[in-house]
Design a binder for this molecule. Structure first.
Ligand SMILES: [Zn+2]
Length: 533
């Protein structure tokens, strides 16, 4: 009986309360980025206040059509949770919840996700999401019929729209400059951006899932008859390595003591296709260039590995990362994140363990050319200190927390640089192995990172920014080449003085691999092959 006497709250009021709550708790990053470009002043204070009203109004409009009937409470709770989780990632790493970030989050496996968990995330979820969500869940709501509740939502949306128009008119010149000059700040709005991103992402996935006929390309692929020794090419796909932290490229700390002793070419201007593994990796193996890349088209057609295999090359993918992102679906694939396969595991399985696989493959392949892809764990963040064995802790003190803001810039850089030092060692070992088999093979190694990383510049960490807004450090990647003297076809190129200073990108990989393997096919473009004369 007491339930009937209990006070019941009108639904629209609860929606407004949730909108106000997420605007306050979920938009710290939005307002701090806003205050960078509109510092607090008498001129700006009204505009900043109007943006708060605008955010509440937009959230009302977004939520209202769905928070009806039985869905009322689930929708509001979901909005609170999305807002709390997004706020954590935006506040902790200054990242935008872009489809790249969402893709990485969803494609990341459990052990990688654990790397992001910490007490601060837990507190965000609890205080900004779970507790207010529970309150909404137990709150007695005034029951209305479907018609009346739709009418009430319509009213709320109309009032919110009027508020939006009023704010735009009152501060029209500020809004004009805001949308013109500071477009990127709006990507920090919460929950607007995460919801928009989630819808966009779902639409992309539906597009990909929609059946598209698989297209084989390069059906005419044939290898030129091999003259001399068999070719053995190791392609190392790096992870999260940024160009400017390699001492080969002028970095102040000695992160490349091993490669400095090998006769390698390090390229100065190589750009990535995306800012996340899930974009860059399939893109670099696909025939599509960055401007035309689409996950749907790339997944439904052959990539350069398929073509090389068809031409008679023995192809294999060895992976110490999450997976091949769909690239190695039709070629032999082995994961090295398992101590039963990888003999070099301590806290985690090390990239160097994949070398055993290369040796086995080489000794069990009696004829023809070999192309092996080694997909590294590299410098995957935020726990850079986990990416190398203790003996590689050369730069100290280093950050060992996944809460990067708890570490100083120096500690973060040191941990990251130690992971680059380990990559340097790994690449050195690959080269030494290739040298050791050069009596039987013409060996070559090409290393290219998938994307870079932000290490706190402008408060930004990790990667996954939308490409157009991404800082240089996320797009400028290292690319390193080594070959034995036997690899005659590239020698003339290596002798050109400006060769390593030319501009290349991951778009070049498809054609460069075909060129290195001497695969003749109509889809090969000589101009895109970095070694073609
Ligand atoms: Zn990556």
């Amino acid at each position: 009986m007491s339930v009937l006497k209990q006070r019941q709250y009108p639904a629209f009021l609860v929606i407004v309360a949730v909108s106000v709550w997420v605007t306050i708790t979920g938009n710290y990053s939005f307002f701090s980025n806003l205050l960078d470009v509109y510092p607090v002043s008498w001129m700006n204070i009204g505009f900043i206040g109007s943006l708060s009203v605008l955010l509440v109004a937009v959230t009302n409009i977004l939520v209202s059509p769905f928070a009806v009937g039985r869905m009322f409470k689930p929708v509001l709770v979901l909005v609170l949770l999305i807002s709390a989780a997004s706020a954590y990632f935006m506040d902790a790493y200054n990242v935008i919840v872009s489809s790249e970030v969402l893709e990485s989050a969803l494609q990341t496996d459990a052990s990688e996700s654990l790397g992001l968990l910490n007490t601060r995330l837990f507190m965000y979820l609890l205080l900004a999401g779970v507790l207010p969500g529970l309150m909404v869940w137990v709150l007695p709501i005034k029951h209305q019929g479907v018609f009346r509740s739709l009418l009430s939502r319509g009213k709320l949306m109309a009032i919110s729209s009027v508020a939006i128009v009023a704010m735009l008119l009152l501060f029209n010149s500020s809004y004009a400059s805001f949308f013109r000059e500071h477009k990127s700040v709006r990507f920090y709005t919460n929950p607007e951006t995460p919801i928009y991103t989630a819808i966009k992402y779902a639409k992309q996935k539906l597009d990909v899932a929609e059946h598209v006929a698989y297209q084989k390309i390069g059906l005419d692929a044939k290898q030129q008859p091999v003259e001399g020794k068999r070719r053995l090419i190791v392609l190392v796909v790096g992870e999260t390595a940024r160009w400017d932290h390699f001492s080969l490229n002028g970095y102040g700390k000695a992160t490349n003591p091993t490669l400095a002793q090998r006769d390698v070419v390090s390229f100065d201007h190589v750009s990535s296709c995306g800012t996340a593994t899930a974009v860059s990796v399939p893109c670099m193996f696909s025939i599509l260039d960055r401007d035309h890349y689409s996950e749907r088209v790339a997944k439904a057609s052959d990539n350069v590995l398929d073509i090389a295999q068809r031409a008679g090359v023995t192809v294999a993918w060895m992976d110490n990362n999450s997976d091949s992102k769909g690239v190695a679906l039709r070629v032999p694939y082995t994961s090295y994140r398992n101590p039963e396969i990888n003999r070099q595991c301590d806290d985690e399985c090390r990239d160097i363990g994949m070398l055993d696989g290369v040796q086995k493959l080489v000794s069990s392949t009696p004829s023809g050319d070999i192309l092996v892809v080694l997909h590294q764990m590299g410098s995957h963040g935020p726990e850079y200190a986990k990416r190398y064995p203790k003996s590689f802790e050369k730069f100290k003190p280093s950050c060992s927390s996944n809460l990067l803001e708890e570490c100083s810039q120096e500690e973060i850089d040191n941990a990251y640089d130690n992971s680059i030092l380990y990559t340097d060692f790994f690449l050195g070992q690959v080269i030494d192995y290739l040298r050791s088999v050069s009596t039987d093979f013409s060996p070559a190694m090409l290393y290219i990172s998938d994307h870079g990383e932000s290490l706190g510049e402008k408060g930004i960490f990790l990667h996954g920014f939308p490409y157009a807004l991404a800082p240089e450090s996320q797009k400028h990647v290292p690319m390193i080449f080594w070959s034995g003297r036997e690899f005659a076809q590239v020698q003339h190129k290596l002798e050109e003085p400006d060769f390593s200073h030319r501009e290349f990108s991951q778009d070049n990989l498809f054609h460069t691999l075909l060129g290195l393997l001497d695969v003749k096919t109509s889809v090969y473009q000589r101009a895109m092959d970095i070694f073609s004369s």
